[in-house]
Design a protein around this ligand. Structure first.
Ligand code: PEP
Ligand code: MG
Length: 591
């Protein structure tokens, strides 16, 4: 096969080499995980048993048909029995389990997808419509399978099979990404998505190379094709030649060595050459991310995206985590950080993170009932979360961060809800930190333009640059068609950032950045030069940002920072940034 290259949007770092593992859209509606070698036969039997069960059901329906039932009804059932017995359904998915280690549901829908695509190409209308019959039969089998789920265990994530698989899909929802966390895939390639879509965020936090917004990669790439992801360049090379493969393997080794060297900075504080300390914090999605964040040298958690706790059950009947389950999750993160601060953001659902995958806001989800708006509309759910966070605050240093605030009454109502949760806990004799700090995400331009309202009532601010850019520039952060307009150096963004840090300094309250800009090494000098002293990012990016800080002299940058903030010309901004980046007070001294 001839090699070709596809260009997309880089959202993560590094190089991945592996075989394509195609996920068709329907495959995303069911649970999908890889089963370990020793469980393959049990999984095969589970699917066989489900097929037999559906056979029995169809036979029972047949024999229960009333005497006067129309003959077509019997004929339909016959068609379904025939479909079920066809090797395409009764055998091909079993082979998929054996060869690719998919769980039974996933194997079945993959096969159905394949068949559906073939049916779509049939000219004959009657035959083409038989696709619906196949899907109905598959639904029946899936229903039985769901009832028997749990017979097979997921593979433990270090399965060698997944270790060189690159997932290729049209799109992967954040909820589905959460399932993939348990499986050590080597990389992700999606047709859709933007720089800071939540799918991109999860792959970045897993430290896995990924390229999104590839257009139609999932149609051009075939199952098991060899792929190279050059995530820094946003490039995917399909079916590379041996020579190219060798070159990339070498680059991969060099990168790995460099990363290992950076690991030595773990305990070094992030202090600039002129003595300014920058606090580097980690963004996490699940409590189990806290320990690796500490290991990577984080001084705390600057953003715990708690909504991911609510999203782990995609494809299943949706069940929200209880107060007890949330408390355990928050406490796990808090104790893992050993006294370092953990900033727990309250539920930020909506937009590209719907609570329920069946939920569709067809109007404009990004401008809809998202984050704090959702929580204030569902006070019981909000209260449950606040109680759980407060209870976890008795085990370490916790801060509450409220997303998507824009109105004064949202601040007041949130604070009132926190007081109510405290009063309830007090009454019940449960411990919590009575002085817990409460802060707001500044990620809507309205908030950035009315900062006095925020600094008066809150203890800290955290800038969500991903949304601030989305809402200021009016571009959907998840839409690859407008990804070229996503510009973190747009003068409007820089002006807003400057306003936020200045307002925080004047009010004497800390301001951090927890959006993607904080982990972008191109911007480290600019942001610290502007006055930001706390940056929160995916743990995997911490070492390189720390090295950049160690190599920075803030006093030498001031003129350039001023020039950038005064400029309304994109070229001047970029040129000045490049000059700032090239000022090297001391060469890296890592041994
Ligand atoms: C942001 O908007 O920058 C942010 C940190 O929050 P999220 O990416 O989860 O919306
Ligand atoms: Mg946000």
């Amino acid at each position: 096969m001839a090699s070709f290259t596809l260009q997309g949007i880089p959202v993560s770092r590094g190089i991945a080499i592996g075989r394509a593992h195609l996920l068709r859209p329907a495959a995303l509606d069911v649970q999908h995980y890889l089963v370990g070698q020793e469980q393959v036969e049990a999984e095969v039997q589970r699917l066989q048993a489900a097929i037999i069960q559906v056979h029995k059901e169809l036979q029972a329906i047949w024999s229960d048909l009333p005497q006067d039932a129309p003959t077509e009804l019997g004929a339909f059932i016959d068609v379904h029995v025939l479909i079920l017995s066809d090797p395409m359904i009764s055998e091909a998915p079993l082979d998929i389990i054996r060869t690719r280690h998919y769980n039974a549901e996933w194997a079945l829908v993959s096969q159905i997808d394949e068949l559906s695509a073939q049916f779509d190409e049939i000219e004959d209308d009657y035959l083409r419509e038989r696709k619906a019959d196949i899907q109905q039969v598959a639904e029946r089998v899936l229903k039985v399978l769901t009832g028997t789920a749990g017979n097979a265990m997921r593979s433990d994530g270090i399965d060698e099979r997944s270790a060189n698989m690159i997932v290729v899909a049209r799109d992967i929802s954040p909820a589905d990404m959460m399932q993939f966390r348990d499986v050590a895939f080597t990389g992700f390639v999606t047709d859709e998505g933007g720089h800071n879509s939540h799918t991109a965020i999860v792959s970045r936090s897993l430290g896995i190379p990924a390229v999104v917004g590839m257009g139609n990669a999932s149609h051009l790439i075939e199952q098991d094709d060899w792929l190279i992801i050059d995530s820094d360049a946003g490039v995917v090379i399909v079916a590379p030649s041996t020579l190219v493969l060798e070159q990339y393997r070498e680059r991969q080794t060099v990168l790995m060595k460099a990363r290992k060297k950076l690991g030595k900075l773990k305990k070094t504080p992030a202090i600039t050459q002129d003595g300014v300390e920058i606090t580097l914090l980690a963004n996490i999605e699940l409590p189990q991310d806290a320990a690796p964040a500490l290991e990577a040298g984080a001084s705390g958690v600057g953003l715990f995206r708690s909504e991911f706790l609510f999203m782990e059950s995609s494809g299943q009947e949706h069940k929200l985590p209880t107060e007890e389950e949330q408390f355990e999750a928050y406490r796990t993160a808090v104790t893992a950080m050993k006294g370092r601060p953990v900033t727990i953001r309250t539920l930020d659902v909506g937009a590209d993170k719907p609570l329920d995958t069946t939920e569709h806001n067809i109007l404009n989800p990004a401008l809809g009932l998202r984050a704090i708006r959702y929580c204030l509309a569902e006070p019981q759910l909000f209260l449950t979360q606040l109680r759980a966070i407060l209870r976890a605050s008795a085990f370490g240093s916790v801060k509450i961060l409220i997303p998507m605030m824009a109105h004064g009454f949202e601040i007041d109502q949130s604070l009132a809800m926190i007081e109510q949760a405290k009063a309830e806990l007090r009454k019940e004799g449960k411990d919590f930190d009575a002085n817990i700090a409460v802060g707001a995400m500044i990620e809507i331009p309205a908030a950035a333009l009315s900062l006095p309202m925020f600094v008066k009532k809150l203890d800290f601010l955290s800038v969500g640059t991903n949304d601030l850019i989305q809402y200021t520039l009016a571009i959907d952060r998840a839409d690859h068609e407008v990804a070229h307009l996503y510009d973190d150096l747009h003068p409007a963004i820089l002006q807003l950032l400057q306003m936020i840090i200045t307002a925080g300094e004047r009010a004497g309250i800390p301001v951090s950045i927890c959006g993607g800009m904080a982990g972008d090494i191109r911007l480290t000098r600019l942001l610290t030069g502007m006055g930001f002293r706390e940056l929160s990012m995916p743990a995997a990016l911490l070492p390189e940002i720390k090295q950049e800080i160690l190599n920075t002299r803030l006093d030498a940058l001031q003129g350039h920072v001023k020039k950038i903030l005064r400029s309304y010309d994109s070229a001047t901004i970029r040129e000045t940034l490049a000059v700032m980046g090239s000022i090297t007070p001391v060469l890296p001294t890592l041994h």
